[in-house]
Design a protein around this ligand. Sequence first.
Ligand code: AMP
Length: 594
Amino acid sequence: MKYSILSDIFKKLDSTTKRLEMIEILIELFNKTPIENFRHVIYLTSGKIGADYKNLDFGFADKMVIKVIAKAVGKPVKQISDLYKQIGDLGEVAELLIKETGQQHLGAFFQTTTSKQKNSLTIEDVWNNLHKIVNTEGKGSASKKTNILLGMFSEASPNEAKYITRTVLTQLRLGVKDLTIIEALSRKFGDGKEARVKIERAYNVTSDIGEVGEVLARNGMEGIEKITIQVGRPIRMMAAQRMASIEEILEKLGGECALEFKYDGERVQGHILNDDVSLYSRNLNEISSMYPDVEKALKNSLKSKDIIVEGEITAWDPVDEKLKPFQILMSRKRKYGINEAVQSIPVKVFLFDILYIDGESLLEKSYPQRRKILESNILDNDIIVLSSRKIVSSPVLFEEYFENAIENGCEGIMAKDTRDETQYQAGNRGFLWIKHKFDYSESFADSYDFIVVGGFYGKGRRKGTLGTLLMAAFNAEEERFETVCKLGSGFTDEDLAKVTEDLMKLKVEQRPKDVISKMTPDVWIQPTKVYEIQGADLSTSPIHTCALDEIKKDTGIAIRFPRFIRFRDDKNPDQATTTSEIINAYKNQRTKNR
Ligand code: AMP
């Protein structure tokens, strides 16, 4: 399959923000794709060359790509940088210049290495070259990567060069999310809604949209229904809803529920097969290298050698035998000196779920059944323990347990539904788990996870840094980011330095397509980073776009007096607080205040 077919589709996708049109365009793409290319085409449309959890990194920065474009079109680097400043998208710069100048001189440059003609790139060529780029490491790797990209430019049409450039910069920005791809797949291979539920299940179990697409192309819906858990492949994690009132939680869960401590650490999904252990974070990154002690402990403290469990890794003070705050655990997040960190920051893992054991998926079992299996599989040890738990059916006992959790250094409690229909809902945020945190009981201070979409430069002492950030909630139905507040307080100087360093790498020249904003910040930021913030309350706002028109025409909902609490590097943007949660919180607040 020619890459030009895909890049022409990219161009069409680029020209629309409407989800339905995107779905139609994707179906057109699938109709043109041979079975053997399905996987490639799906990954490439998401700007990737593998499942998200594989952490594949092209390692290209703007400057490197500018140099490659300069070489490809035989123009000075300065000219490319100036054009980039003007246009704001290196993909478009590459397209424009290759259109203008062609790559004639590159023909000479590559005479000995390629006899291929312009427009001859296939999907396999691009795929293989992108993999080579990712796999090129160590000394001299920058120039090797550069040459591979130059090689692709020498064969690319202007439009192809545009999308190759954006891909290696991880800025494809077509606005195509995995759920949009799933919708298109379910229309192509099934009858819509029913097929979508099955495809979504397969996606949640594999966390791999390319795999799902390939299975559909090869074996249709029958193949999809056979997809099951594999140890070593993370399962998209179940999430919790939030509720502020204890009475309401009890009512929602049928008058009785299990309460567990809500430990304030990092969620972990542990996959064990004999001697192999992989640990995955909430956003499905492999975190095994940061927790060698947890790896070892898991291997030795579970009865089965073929098992997937979930829990919360928490910093632990072994002298006083108590939990330590989340911030302490975050100092484990380093590449070097892990062995020292293991000594200086001991941890415990509080297991609260089990998803698979000895060849059998437990996802369909109820929560009480899973808990029982988990309890009977833990061997006595120092690091791996069960989450604390109690069944309650009265508000008084609920409150008592909640206070006990806070006194023990937890964030609050997780209330879990104990009825029969309580399967593990992979990738879903439902009411089977309801979180109730300390701040929810204080009407003036609720906490949210928002995505940074823009920044404003600071003044005075904060000059040169991003002093205020434009934050957004995630609209899960429309798959877009809607602004909800400007965040400027609560940061320490250290936080601000990290904010600027992290965010400037994600700066983009134009408003990303999936960001909806009435405001124009000094810089736009690719929606990637999630920060936890606390706000006084929610109010309607004419300048923010979260829940626009939902409460009042031309008006959104905003958080008043937001304060930064902490970085949430363990969360992806689609795991942030959603627009519908904000609408619910706003309505609840109104009822409470009446
Ligand atoms: P939040 O991050 O505020 O949406 O809260 C959900 C998170 O609480 C989960 O992803 C876990 O990381 C964490 N958590 C802590 N203790 C528990 C528990 N006992 N059961 C489930 N999740 C827990």
